[in-house]
Design a protein around this ligand. Structure first.
Ligand code: ZN
Ligand code: ZN
Length: 255
């Protein structure tokens, strides 16, 4: 077998192995309840799961635990028992799941990767901005002290500089935008976004580096790189932005 074939066969088997493992895991709570493991000469569900599915005790415990916690949440329960979503991903949302939001959460776990689900849950739990300390370098500090000693209001001075920056950005963003011919954002627009948002993800509670410029109006429809509808996002928030968009669209079509 050549390298390419070897790799693609391995990935094909791996994907199937994961899917079948999820399905197997989903059946365990019911087998446990009916004590069907006894029919296979196993003393417990743990022995049964290890013998027939290669699962560790921790994984089995997690599956049984989740099944119980999802008792009053039919969609999440179903995602677990039919093996649609891995228990590792479901374990991420269990702490914020309620009968009220479980339908929404079940869509989220189906559409998002594990790291995006983690970020989503963190955003739901912690809405406070991370505390930051100001780091001025010696030169700036000394110049400000000098001005202050002359009786100049440095707060006013800094406010004026910040206002000027905001005005400049607002002015640049108000420029008319031509219809775009290609998907990548023009370098000029990208520079403007960096000027406005810096190098981090533009979600206020997130301080990861931005990796993607997201079009908040679907590019295929808008054909525009209007900076008012662009947001630099980290990988996880980009995934969340698309999954949530998708959900809104799904809801609209299902009505
Ligand atoms: Zn996007
Ligand atoms: Zn982010």
């Amino acid at each position: 077998m050549n390298d390419k074939d070897l790799l693609s066969v391995a990935i094909y088997f791996g994907k199937n192995a994961l899917e079948w493992k999820r399905k197997f895991t989903g059946l365990l709570p019911e087998i446990h309840k009916r004590k069907l493991y006894e029919k296979k000469n196993c003393s417990s569900i743990f022995e049964f799961a290890a013998k027939f599915g290669g699962l560790s005790n921790d994984q089995v415990r997690l599956a049984l635990n989740l099944e119980e916690r999802f008792e009053s949440m039919p969609r999440l329960h179903e995602a677990l028992v039919n093996g649609e979503v891995s228990i590792n991903k479901l374990a991420r949302v269990v702490s914020i799941a309620t009968p009220e939001n479980e339908a929404e959460l079940s869509e989220i776990v189906k559409n998002m990767s594990k790291s995006a689900v983690e970020t989503f849950v963190r955003d739901e739990k912690f809405t406070d901005l991370p505390r930051q300390t100001l780091t001025l370098n010696e030169e700036v500090k000394n110049r400000l002290i000098e001005l202050q000693s002359k009786g100049i209001d440095i707060n006013e001075l800094i406010s004026a500089a910040l206002n000027k920056r905001e005005e400049e950005i607002a002015e640049e963003k108000a420029q008319p935008v031509e219809l775009a011919t290609s998907r990548p954002v023009p370098a000029k627009t990208e520079r403007l976004l960096t000027k406005e948002h810096g190098t981090k993800c533009s979600i206020p509670t997130c301080k990861k580096p931005s990796e993607v410029i997201h079009h908040t109006q679907t590019f295929a429809i808008s054909h525009s790189h209007n900076p008012n509808y662009l947001a630099p996002l980290c990988k996880e928030h980009h995934e969340i932005a698309h999954a949530i968009n998708l959900r809104v669209r799904e809801k609209r079509f299902s009505k």
